[in-house]
Design a protein around this ligand. Structure first.
Ligand SMILES: C[S@@+](CC[C@H](N)C(=O)[O-])C[C@H]1O[C@@H](n2cnc3c(N)ncnc32)[C@H](O)[C@@H]1O
Ligand SMILES: [Zn+2]
Length: 334
């Protein structure tokens, strides 16, 4: 049975949640919440997100033993302080479970509260990823924009590749500060504008090479797709205020400076950005992934691999954390 002790009603954001008649019940506003397959469904009203379950199934495709071990090792480096092996951890957007697996098996946390919009993904983590070994993982179907927990519940809040999906990150950051104990931290692994611009530069270089040499690898359709991908990255950069940075193509990209300003505005004591990934992993693989998801054929991508190879050979030992890869860790300290 999952823990109800830290739950707070997401509808009135006030009431305690208790068991009553096989449902979870708010003592203040009298809202009832269903529990399906031992996973509580804690949304305010009928959430628009409930219908999106199938969209999130895709997250499972990117889970592999190798990748989740790599992620666990990276988080061991990121969590080098006292928070490493104790207390309550809230994981937001647990999805594929590739971080949840590491939290449950490679650390000594007391309890892990794994949240996601998708009940299927949460059940998938429980049944396929954690495989019964994680007695200390509880699952909650809820919205990161309205987290149903009490003040000062968590020592640590984490998310792997999730913050850029949330609709209202200002509100989410403020709420997370409320949920953290004094001295607690919230840490997110996310796409970083400074590094993404390198990807956009590679894309622009591809187009220029094709145009100037008439190489004939890319057709007109490819060129449009690559241009759209590059523009998507650069357009996110033009937003002046963090609050103006609307999700583009369903996702946001974070400027480190903007994120720091947002952290300070949300009342955090400290903020920093770090990146411990290997540059070769960052630019070779992420760039190829970008192009693949833009719809470019693998053999065409391979023909342009000299760009990321040359970049890696020249720069891989001297890149700053901000552009080491197109992703990085944002740390918010309460
Ligand atoms: C890119 S996936 C990352 C999943 C997992 N952390 C990983 O690294 O594979 C983003 C996850 O965030 C979840 N998500 C998106 N919007 C959310 C929201 N508003 N509240 C809670 N979870 C959300 C999705 O269901 C999905 O599982
Ligand atoms: Zn209530």
């Amino acid at each position: 049975m999952f823990d109800t002790g830290l739950l707070q009603c997401p509808t009135c954001q006030d009431g305690e949640i208790i068991w009553r008649d096989n449902k979870l019940h708010c003592e203040v506003c009298a809202t009832d919440y269903e529990v399906e397959d031992n996973i509580p469904v804690l949304f305010e009203g009928m959430s628009q997100f409930l219908v999106r379950d199938d969209l999130h199934q895709r997250a499972f495709q990117i889970t592999s033993d190798e990748r989740r071990t790599r992620i666990a090792n990276e988080w061991k480096t990121v969590l080098h302080g006292e928070e490493k092996n104790s207390g309550n951890v809230l994981e937001i957007g647990a999805g594929s479970g590739r971080l949840t697996w590491g939290l449950a098996n490679e650390f000594e946390f007391e309890k892990i509260y794994a949240c996601d919009l998708s009940r299927n993904l949460l059940a998938g983590i429980r049944d396929q990823v954690i495989n019964g070994s994680g007695q200390k993982v509880d699952y909650y179907m809820c919205d990161a924009n309205n987290l149903p927990f009490k003040e000062k519940s968590f020592d640590l809040i984490v998310g792997h590749s999730v913050l850029h999906h949330f609709v209202d990150r200002d509100k989410t950051l403020a709420r997370m500060r409320f949920l953290l104990k004094e001295g607690g931290k919230a840490i997110f692994y996310e796409p970083v504008m400074q590094g993404k611009l390198v990807v956009a530069f590679f894309a622009d270089l591809m187009l220029k090479i094709e145009r100037n040499t008439g190489w004939g690898v890319l057709d007109e359709d490819d060129k449009r797709k690559i241009q759209r991908m590059s523009q998507h990255i650069k357009k996110s950069k033009w937003q002046e205020k963090a609050s103006d940075c609307k999700p583009a193509m369903g996702q946001m990209i974070f400027d480190i400076g903007q994120m720091e300003a947002l952290a300070m505005a949300s009342g955090y004591q400290g903020f920093f950005h770090g990146n411990i990934e290997e540059p070769v992993w960052g630019y070779k693989l992420y760039w190829a992934q970008h192009l693949l998801s833009a719809g470019i054929a693998p053999e065409k991508i391979e023909k342009f691999s000299f760009i990321s190879n040359a970049f890696g050979e020249t720069f891989s030992n001297c890149l700053n954390h901000d552009i080491k890869t197109p992703t990085g860790y944002f740390v918010f300290c309460k």
